[in-house]
Design a protein around this ligand. Structure first.
Ligand SMILES: *Cc1c(COP(=O)(O)O)cnc(C)c1O
Length: 350
């Protein structure tokens, strides 16, 4: 039996040999004292890449988002985001529990907010309404199938939010993928945002770690809030070393994951055109729309599993495949064959 091809998520990356060596060799100190040189170096490097004054190393992207939201939305005030956002789907209601934040969501195609629609939804203070204090976007959009916000859209959102005195937060867990897919510099994206959370543990392949990126004031406050949530880590340089290694070795190669995502989409579309549009696969996530397919998500997942391929079910008739570091061409070809075979032959005509 050939090895399992696991395309459920790019969180499944495992630290490479080189990364493990870097971790073992890391210089460390107590980061709660601000004395871990490797953490400090990582924070400086990431801040510089995004063209922002400061950054803070945090254990997870969820904590990164939660800290950022608390920086920009006072309790009982409002956050606007799209209805499929990670912040409202996968963070356990943290914005409500930790920040007392009221969230209002907007349904958006592929998770991408449209500037004109957003402009209509922002609520000012007064007349008994809950004032909007921040808007959150996701770059790339996870449940939106790895969709990338064009820079022009982000600039338009920035103009609208700034004009309304509202903060713009970016859940940039996969912002690296957006930059590699489009050639837009991370700093050009970051210029649009007041706060940004980025992950090292998705496609970049670090075992653990995310960073909050922003102004000196925001990062100083985030450091206090991180401690309050129990996220003050000690000799975290061992983890930061993995992140520094990833920045040096695993950013450019995201292009390979994107090429494999596209190839997977093309093969599946050949067999079942209603299931995926390869033109919409911009990065490493291949969303499968099973609305007109022969099988629903759970059935497809079970069939694929029986053939040694794992995929994620993200809705009753939605599934996804994700490419990442360690998934090679042969694995992608096998996954494509298995999924195409399951959906192709007798797929219900569109
Ligand atoms: C993975 C992810 C996060 C962070 O997830 P953690 O598991 O907490 O690291 C945040 N936002 C998006 C869009 C993600 O895909």
């Amino acid at each position: 039996m050939p090895a399992l091809v696991d395309l459920r998520s790019d969180t499944l990356t495992s630290p490479t040999r080189g990364m493990r060596h870097a971790m073992a060799a890391a210089e460390v100190g107590d980061d709660v004292y601000g004395e871990d040189p490797t953490v400090n170096a990582l924070e400086d490097e990431v801040a510089a890449r995004f063209g922002k004054p400061a950054a803070l190393f945090v254990p997870t992207g969820t904590m990164g988002n939660q800290l950022c939201l608390r920086l920009v939305v006072p309790p009982a005030d409002e956050l606007l985001c799209d209805a499929d956002a990670h912040i409202v789907t996968y963070e356990g209601g943290g914005a409500a529990q930790h920040g007392g934040i009221q969230t209002r969501t907007i349904v958006a195609a592929r998770g991408l907010l449209e500037p004109a629609v957003l402009a209509e939804q922002i609520r000012a203070e007064g007349f008994g309404t809950v004032p909007t204090r921040a808007v959150a976007v996701e770059q790339t959009h996870n449940r939106g199938g790895g969709a990338v916000y064009p820079l022009s859209t982000l600039r338009a959102l920035r103009e609208i939010t700034a004009g309304a005195g509202v903060a713009l937060h970016c859940d940039g867990a996969r912002i690296w993928n957006a930059s590699i897919a489009t050639g837009v510099a991370l700093s050009a994206y970051a210029e649009c945002f007041d706060t940004l959370s980025v992950c090292l543990s998705k496609g970049l392949g670090a075992p653990v770690g995310s960073l909050v990126v922003g102004s000196q004031e925001h990062i100083a406050t985030a450091r206090v809030l991180r401690r309050r949530l129990g996220g003050g880590m000690r000799q975290a340089g061992v983890l930061a070393a993995a992140g520094r290694y990833a920045l040096e070795h695993h950013v450019e190669r995201l292009a390979d994951d994107h090429a494999r995502g596209r190839r997977l989409a093309e093969r599946i579309a050949e067999a079942a055109p209603s299931v995926v549009d390869p033109a919409l696969v911009e990065t490493n996530i291949v969303p499968l729309d099973l609305g007109k397919a022969r099988y629903d998500g759970p059935t497809l997942a079970a069939l694929a599993k029986a053939d040694g391929v794992l995929l994620s079910v993200v809705g009753p008739r939605r599934a996804r495949l994700v490419t990442y570091l360690g998934v090679d061409d042969a694995a992608v070809d096998r996954a494509a064959e298995v999924v195409a075979r399951a959906l192709g032959a007798d797929a219900v005509a569109t």
